[in-house]
Design a protein around this ligand. Structure first.
Ligand code: PXL
Length: 270
């Protein structure tokens, strides 16, 4: 009897320098013993210093990549990253409904790069909330993204404000909301999960490193990998955060390029 791979599909943008996007997602899946599948929504030109250019892939090409995979290979979880534009968001929403077995879908609400380049306009953000959020098991905004998605005029920072942001975001229909606290002040990273009407907090020490490129991609991919293997959302977030913290700590010992380098996704292997 042959074994089945546990598979995770990432629908995201390419980062040729490898720290973020599809490349980080696939490395994370492999490190967590999952077989990675990918649909590319955008090609970026970037390095450790920032994103120079974004070329969005036509939605027909997105659908074609997806259908070739989905008609043949079982998908155990989906991670969505950079989507590119409104048309791609609408296409992805309809493609998700074609997947047999209703696997968990983790949506990393990538609104821009850490260097400040915007990846989605306001109309696309509205469409994402309306079309994609109701189909997702979890959305994973950071604090500035949470403010935008919640329609708050300030970036939430206290426990109450962050919980309020998560609650406001959950109105759009995601089964759970993880507000990531890495952009907060202080030396702790406090993430807030709203799942089944209950808030859970996850706290870790911030890792002192410039090699933080792709942390959001890595966390959401790790959550998808653990959920693909059957973890429920609270355990998946706990395990994924541990993986992220350890990959950040291991990556601090390396240098790649002259800006914000990648994490060491494969630290458990070498
Ligand atoms: O970290 C967000 C992100 C996601 N996907 C791609 C990116 C980035 C940030 O630069 O380049 C392709």
């Amino acid at each position: 009897m042959k074994k089945n791979y546990t598979t995770v599909l990432t629908i995201a943008g390419s980062d040729g320098s490898g720290g973020a996007g599809i490349q980080a997602d696939l490395r994370t899946f492999a490190a967590l013993e999952c077989y990675g599948l990918s649909v590319i929504t955008a090609v970026t030109s970037q390095n450790t210093l920032g994103v120079d250019d974004v070329m969005v892939i036509d939605s027909r090409a997105v659908a074609s990549q997806f259908r070739s995979i989905a008609c043949d290979i079982r998908i155990d979880a989906v991670k969505i990253g950079m989507t590119g534009n409104c048309r791609n968001i609408i296409t992805i929403a309809s493609l998700l409904c074609e997947i047999p077995g209703n696997p968990p879908v983790i949506l990393d609400t990538v609104l821009g790069s850490s260097g400040g380049k915007s990846f989605l306009g306001t109309e696309a953000i509205t469409v994402m909330k309306e079309e994609l959020f109701p189909l997702t098991s979890m959305v994973t905004p950071n604090l500035p993204e949470a403010a935008i998605l919640a329609g708050m005029e300030y970036t939430p920072s206290t426990t109450e404000e962050i919980e309020e942001a998560a609650a406001l975001i959950s109105v759009s229909g995601a089964s759970s909301v993880l507000v990531k606290g890495g952009h907060g002040t202080g030396n702790l990273c406090c993430d807030c999960l709203l799942c089944n009407d209950t808030f859970s907090w996850y706290t870790s020490e911030k890792v002192e490193t410039v090699n933080t490129h792709g942390t959001g991609c890595t966390l959401s991919s790790a959550i998808a990998a653990f959920m693909a293997k059957g973890a429920e959302c609270r355990d998946a977030v706990k395990e994924a955060k541990l993986f992220l913290t350890e990959a950040l700590a291991a990556g601090a010992a390396y240098r790649l390029g002259s800006g914000n380098g990648p994490l060491h996704h494969c630290y458990r292997l070498w």
